[in-house]
Design a protein around this ligand. Structure first.
Ligand SMILES: O=C[C@H](O)COP(=O)(O)O
Length: 542
């Protein structure tokens, strides 16, 4: 065992080395929620093991068992679908016809219950997906803030829709109405936050939901199951579990899903969409694969570029859709950049998720270290080297980051999204090379450009922003602030998310209109008075 292997091996604790505050008890989930009923599952369950390995008395390591959840099957999935369809009731259900004010009250109640579960959810985030304590807390807090921002934004939308327009002799009220039944599936890397960035606006807009938690990151949703039952009318939120291949296709093939929302792979999204018998009636809100590039220009501030590229490529071990997944560096500064990059990489602290200041943690996907190793072998066979000491060392679920240089287009890592701590670096002579790379790529989410010549950067912005959906200047790629539009071009996304865009994505603009006559004005006044609970501010219009 070499020095680095020994150091990595030492990060895995014995059972009693886990601090008391983070000694979680296994979560044995038996319940699933359908039609407002908490049903008991007596069938097979899926055991869940943590990426945190524990050293036993015999010196051997074992992945920590943290609980189990129901492997519900097709029948239960179809019951959940029927419950969501029934609750929507072609737009006549209690939830889609409820006033915005009342819906917001339900959601505020839900957030209160969520806040009470913070410790439980944060601990599960650490143990289920290996996210550091600091990042798990950030994920929880960001989600709560997102819900409050969404509520505020909905109030604004509703206020605007309670104002009547008169144009060309027509009085009209433009509303935002729910779309129908939503199938919602989130990712493992932000299992709470990114799931809720679609789930919450979908609920708030009056839709009814089928919710399948991510495979890695199911248990952390359990603490909120009862809250979904208590805070919303029957059938508004229905849960499905088990093997995606068994439960999702029949739901899509039923033709009863109105919105498919998935944060995951473009292949899965395309396969699922094709299953829907009436594609023209399906809306998709998708966050998919990305291969964001860092472009370090000849005149870049190398220190700044290194700092941002380290953050961009290695925060949460590179398991972010917004991570920088390939770095293009001008050949004249490549050596300097790589020396400083590897020096900074070596300073990163690796350890268990609960340790203060930890940057690199174990990976939750059991097959990921083998996949990343395969990418390294492929890159080596095609002329690249791992240039940092110990890069690619694997111990249990931990993979030490590897920097590959010089990467070329024959290698898997050139175009494939590695979604892990592997940093391919490509030298370039002419900035047209990375631009052409972005043009040829099937991905189109973000790019980070590093340089000090504002004239040159200004000239690059248009070509770049016409390839990707966000250009970051001298800064890493990222989704936030959550009020900014978040999307991608080509195979990277469909639809746009952010607080306001998400509310739009899960609703449709509708119009209530009449001709402008004295009688009709009177009728509209009466309608508004009658339905005043549907409006936050307007009582009388004329
Ligand atoms: O994994 C994809 C997320 O949208 C990344 O979000 P983030 O840039 O805030 O880490």
């Amino acid at each position: 065992m070499n020095n680095l292997q020994e150091k990595i091996t030492a990060i895995f604790p014995t059972a009693d080395q886990i601090p008391d505050a983070y000694q979680i008890q296994p979560v044995h989930q038996k319940e699933y929620l359908v039609g407002g009923e908490m049903r008991q599952w007596t069938g097979k369950t899926q055991d869940v093991y943590s990426p945190v390995y524990i050293k036993g008395a015999d010196g051997k390591f074992e992945s920590k068992y943290i609980g189990s959840f129901p492997i519900t099957d097709t029948a239960e999935a179809m019951e959940a679908l029927d419950a969501a369809v029934k609750a929507f009731d072609s737009g006549r259900g209690e939830w889609p016809t409820m006033s915005v004010t009342e819906r917001i009250t339900c959601m505020e109640n839900f957030v209160k219950k969520m806040l009470a579960k913070k410790t439980e959810i944060v601990n599960l985030l650490m143990f289920e997906i290996g996210k550091s304590l600091a990042d798990s807390i950030k994920e929880f807090d960001r989600t709560v803030e997102y819900i409050y921002d969404t509520i505020d934004c909905l109030k604004d939308i509703d206020r605007a829709s309670s104002r009547f327009k008169i144009e060309q002799g027509i009085i009209g009220q433009i509303r935002r109405s729910p779309f129908g039944v939503v199938l919602c599936m989130g990712p493992f890397n932000y299992p709470l936050n990114e799931t809720y960035t679609t789930l919450i606006p979908a609920i708030l807009m009056g839709n009814t939901i089928l919710f399948k938690p991510p495979k890695h990151g199911t248990l952390l949703h359990y603490p909120m199951l009862q809250a979904f039952k208590e805070c919303f009318p029957k059938g508004v939120v229905n849960t499905i579990y088990g093997r995606g291949a068994n439960v999702v296709p029949p739901i899509m093939q039923s033709g009863k899903i109105n919105i498919l929302t998935l944060i995951g792979s473009s292949k899965v999204a395309n396969d699922l969409k094709k299953m829907h018998p009436k594609l023209n009636r399906l809306r998709a809100v998708l966050g998919l694969d990305a291969k964001n590039a860092g472009i370090v220009l000849k005149n870049a501030d190398v220190e700044l570029a290194v700092k941002e590229c380290i953050l961009g490529s290695l925060s949460f071990n590179g398991q972010r859709c917004t991570a920088i997944k390939i770095i293009w560096v001008h050949r004249s500064i490549a050596k300097k950049f790589l020396n400083r990059f590897t020096e900074e990489l070596e300073k990163l602290k690796f350890g268990m998720p609960w340790e203060a200041g930890v940057n690199l943690t174990p990976l939750p996907e059991p097959n990921k270290p083998a996949y990343l190793t395969e990418c390294i072998e492929d890159a080596k066979a095609n002329g690249a080297e791992v240039i940092n000491e110990g890069g690619g060392t694997v111990v249990n679920s931990f993979f030490y980051p590897a920097v590959l240089y010089p990467v070329n287009n024959k290698m898997k890592v050139y175009e494939e999204e590695q979604f892990g701590p592997l940093i391919p670096v490509v030298p370039f002579d002419d900035v047209e090379e990375p631009i052409q790379y972005l043009i040829d790529s099937s991905h189109g989410q973000q790019v980070s450009i590093f340089g000090t010549n504002s004239h040159q950067i200004a000239n690059l912005i248009d070509p770049l922003v016409n390839q990707v959906s966000r250009v970051n200047i001298n800064a890493q790629c990222q989704r936030g602030p959550d009020t900014f539009p978040f999307t991608g071009r080509k195979d990277s996304a469909e639809g746009t998310l952010s607080v306001e865009d998400a509310l739009r994505a899960f609703s449709i603009r509708t119009v209530v209109a009449t001709k402008e006559t004295a009688d009709n004005k009177q009728i509209f006044n009466e309608i508004v008075e009658d339905h005043s609970s549907h409006f936050l501010s307007t009582k009388y219009i004329f």
